[in-house]
Each structure stands twice: as C-alpha cells, then as structure tokens.
Design a protein around this ligand. Sequence first.
Ligand code: G3I
Length: 444
Amino acid sequence: MHAKRLLGATVAGLLATAGAVILAGSADAATTLGASAAARDGRVFGTAVAAGKLSDSAYTTILDREFNAVTPENEMKIDATEPQQNVFTYTNADRIVAHAVAAGQKVRGHTLAWHSQQPGWMQSMSGSALRSAMINHITQVMTHFKGKITWWDVVNEAYADSGGGRRSSNLQSTGNDWIEVAFKTARAADPNAKLCYNDYNTDNWSAAKTQGVYSMVKDFKARGVPIDCVGFQTHLTGGSSYPSNYRTTLSSFAALGVDVHITELDITNAPTGAYTSVVNDCLAVARCTDITVWGIRDSDSWRSGESPLLFTSSGAKKAAYTAVLTALNNGTSPTTPTSGPTSGPTSGPTTPPAGSCSASITPGTVWADRYNTSVTVTGSDTWTVVIQITSPQKVSTTWSGTFSWSGGGYTMTVKPNGSGNTFGFTTMTNGNTSARPQITSCTT
Ligand code: G3I
C-alpha cells in the first residue's frame, strides 16, 4: 500500500465565512446520495464494489438504494482480467456490470495500465514485448466491455510520490510515451467510453505530483492526445489532510477541458467537515461530475481500521453520510421551492433586533476565468451585507440586489432590491483562482 501523505492543509476557508449558515435543503430534497447528485446537473455518486459481496443482501440493499455509479474494486485490474497472457477471465467483472445494469448504475472501469496488480507474466516483461502486451490488454478488455462502461481509468498512478515526475515501473521503462499510447489505444477500442487518468495525492494544488499530472494533461490536450477526464482518488488521512486549495485543483484541471472526478474518496474517521468540503468543492466546479467513495461500509474498506466511509459496518448511516447528503442537497444551483408555507406567523416581532440577520455563501459555477457566487440572507428583509473581494479578483456582474462599492472596489455593500433575500455576482479571477469572497457582516 502506498503512503497517503498530503502536504499541510487546513479545513479553513470555504465554510469558515464568519456568521455564515448553510442554506436549508429545499422541501423536495433528495433522500439518497445518487438521487441528490443526479439533481445537481446529472452528477453521479458512486462506490467501489466487490463482486464477492453481491450475495450479501445488507450490502446490495445499500448499494442499490444509494448509488448511481459503481467501480469494480479489484475485478477489472490486470491480474484479474488477464491472469495468463492472452487468457482473459471476466466472470467477476461481468457480475458487477450485470448488477449495475440491472440497478441502473453507470460503471467506471478500473484499470487498464498500472504498475501494480500486474499478473506475474507481465511483471517479468519489459521493452517492446511489454508495450505490445499493454496494447493488447487494453484492446481486448475494452472490446469485451464495449458499450457498458461509461468511464475507463485507462492509466492509474503513473506519477511518483514526490518530485513531480513519472513513477519508475516496467511500463515507464518502455518509453515515456507509454501513457499516450495507452490513451490512443483505448480511444480506438471503444470510441464512446470516456478516458481518464487516475491518481492519488493529487488533491493539493501546491504538490509537485499534482503539478506533474497537470502538465501532462495540458500537454495531451495541446497535442490532441485523447483524454476526457482526470480522477482524483482523494484518499485523505483525516480532517487535517483536506487541502484548502482542493477546489483550485479541481477547477484548474477542469479549465484544461477535461471532466474531473473524485474516484476513491475515503477519509480517516469520516470527519463531517472534510467530507462536506470535498462535496462543496466538487459542486462548485461544473465539470466535477462524479464523486465515488471507495466502499460502502467501514468493514468494506481497504483500510477498515480507520472507519473512513459513510456507513458503519452494520450498515447504519454515519454522521458523514448526513453531511454529504446535506451538502449535495444544498448544492450549487439552489432550487426554487415549488411549495412552501401559505401563511406566515400570526404574531411575533415585526422588526428583528439589530444585527440579527445572517448571510451564507453558496458557491456557483466555476469557469476558467471567473466564478459565480450566490448569497442568501436569513433573519430579516431589511439587511445590509458587506462582502470583501480579494485583489486582483474583481466582480464583473451582479444580480438581485442593490450594490455599492468602497475600499478601492474590493468592498461590496449589498442591500435588497425588492426581489428577495438571495443575490449573486460573478467574480473575475484575474489569475487568482483560489481566493473566494468573504462575508464581513450582515446587519439590519
Ligand atoms: O481475495 C483475496 C483472498 O482470497 C486472500 O486470502 C487474501 C490474502 O492476501 O487476498 C485477497 O485479495 C486481496 C484483495 O484486495 C481483495 O481483498 C489482495 O490481497 C489485496 O492486495 C487487494 O487489495 C486491493 C488493493 O487495491 C491492491 O492494490 C484493495 O482491495 C483495493 O481497495 C485497492 O484499491 C486501490 C485502487 O485500485 C487504486 N488506488 C488505491 C486503492 C487503495 O489501495
């Protein structure tokens, strides 16, 4: 197992806005992870699945109720599908695919070219023989599953843990072009599958490994090497390991023109804060279309001793489950309630006490050069919200409020314009893709 060490990080920032509260879910909020993700612009919420557990009804009950995508945990790896050269076995992988199809779940294929879990015959290969074997493996396996796999992790974990360069492996020794050859082979084998590069410890934007993968994807896009998506495994070691620049990582890769996926999420002891932040960061990036946890119950986890998942070993929903569902339901694109109270309170204060309002930020769509933010005020209809923008970012568009500026154009004061208690604005990043608006005060 590789060490999962992330650079210094804090959970600061995204939800730490002073005085902010999270938007309440809408009256028709979804009650399962998959349905809630689907309501967020068709995203999926998936899980790793083990074929051997498909006969466990406690397991499949949760699987089919909660998730709208699956990733075979081990059954599509090279040692599983080609145990002897040119002898392919698909029994366990086929079981997972059949179950997923019956349950209406999408399938992520994992994985076609990897230094690990190679069968013995491949481990001892090198040079052009290994290159040919890799091409044959990708072609055969993708052809078998053609039409049934939405995304393939074509290449897994090809970057070194430090330094930003490639990992040493027998595949790397066949030539630096092995990754692009794998992707070109994959595109030819199943032109309809989305082709992803997948790795771990690429969550922190400042990490050399993250930058190494980013450079590769940028180069591939510039040269027309087929790549559609990048998977961030996001095996975090606890709340302190969530990198505060995670959203920058996701949005920066997305800006290259690839979808970004959180492919193997688990967090030591399942802290609600870090899980919430990961979901909010994904929802804030339009091209972050998949959040997949690496197993259902803690007992299903590859590191079960750390209880990193959303369900207890007996199948009960953990606090992290509720946090994730709540974050999904709050979403980046707040829904307009279709029903609500038809009458208000018959008695109560007519004027809220001074300073009693509160304002909460909901991150919106992120583009390469700008992003949206909406703010909802609760507690009063006569409010004044002050928001600080970080230079060199600049607000370019506003809506649903009365806006005025001070502090050199970086302090924004907003009052109602009669259209409700939610307003919004677009901020140009001007090169700073990590800063986000901070609410300074909400007064009445
Ligand atoms: O099924 C056999 C069992 O029959 C045998 O008795 C036992 C003895 O070792 O091994 C069992 O197989 C194990 C298998 O998991 C199923 O539990 C393998 O030894 C073990 O190596 C394998 O570990 C998997 C690991 O990848 C291998 O690299 C984990 O389940 C799987 O969760 C993990 O997944 C990886 C992703 O593919 C890539 N990213 C990192 C992630 C976590 O390491």
